[in-house]
Write a protein that binds this ligand. Structure first.
Ligand code: ADP
Ligand code: MN
Length: 172
């Protein structure tokens, strides 16, 4: 069955601005913001704590099961720092956010991440890990890479996504 509203994935290294962007686009469009990190915690969709990476180990199958009905309906804005385990068919648009390395470093320090965790995430950004993951997982026309280092860029991104969502029509 065709979706009546689009599904959007907002991905990128932690700290690039996914949640800020998603909240604003959801408020402007009525898309439902699904913060996967929060969902994993509140619904226990994980297998425990990873001491090495200092994060919960997400249970990808459980997450996908929890989302299936919502995604089939459409109108979801999924916010997560990984993208290769979602079914490709779910998304009409995949946005990868990128930020300047020094800007990202400061944001993650402010968040209280350990120096090692900051370093790992900035390294992930430098290596374009999420951009490549997105390009490997979704069609060429679906993936859009947007810069999110400055407030102006954030504003532009909100505007672009809002316009895109408003003009989206189901394909017949
Ligand atoms: P993510 O969800 O990708 O981890 P957040 O949306 O939580 O990132 O943003 C991390 C921090 O950086 C927040 O304090 C947010 O206000 C700030 N931020 C995000 N994007 C921008 C931007 N484009 N310009 C200025 N500050 C930003
Ligand atoms: Mn976030």
């Amino acid at each position: 069955m065709a979706r009546s509203a689009p599904n959007v994935l907002v991905t990128g290294t932690p700290g690039t601005g996914k949640t800020s962007l998603s909240e604003q686009v959801a408020a402007a469009t009525g898309l439902k913001h699904l913060n996967i990190g929060d969902l994993v915690k509140s619904q226990q969709l994980h297998t425990g704590w990873d001491d090495e990476f200092e994060c919960l180990v997400i249970d990808e199958d459980k997450v996908c099961d929890a989302l299936e009905d919502l995604m089939a309906e459409g109108g979801c804005l999924v916010d997560y720092h990984g993208c290769d385990f979602f079914p490709e068919r779910w998304f009409d648009l995949v946005v990868v956010l990128q930020a300047d390395n020094t800007v990202l470093w400061e944001r993650l320090e402010k968040r209280g991440y350990s120096e090692r965790k900051v370093q790992e995430n900035v390294q992930c950004e430098i290596m374009h890990v999420i951009v490549e993951e997105a390009r490997d997982s979704y069609g060429e026309g679906v993936v859009h890479v947007l810069q999110s280092s400055t407030a102006e860029e954030m504003e532009e991104n909100v505007e672009r996504l809002t316009q895109w969502a408003r003009s989206w029509r189901p394909s017949s």
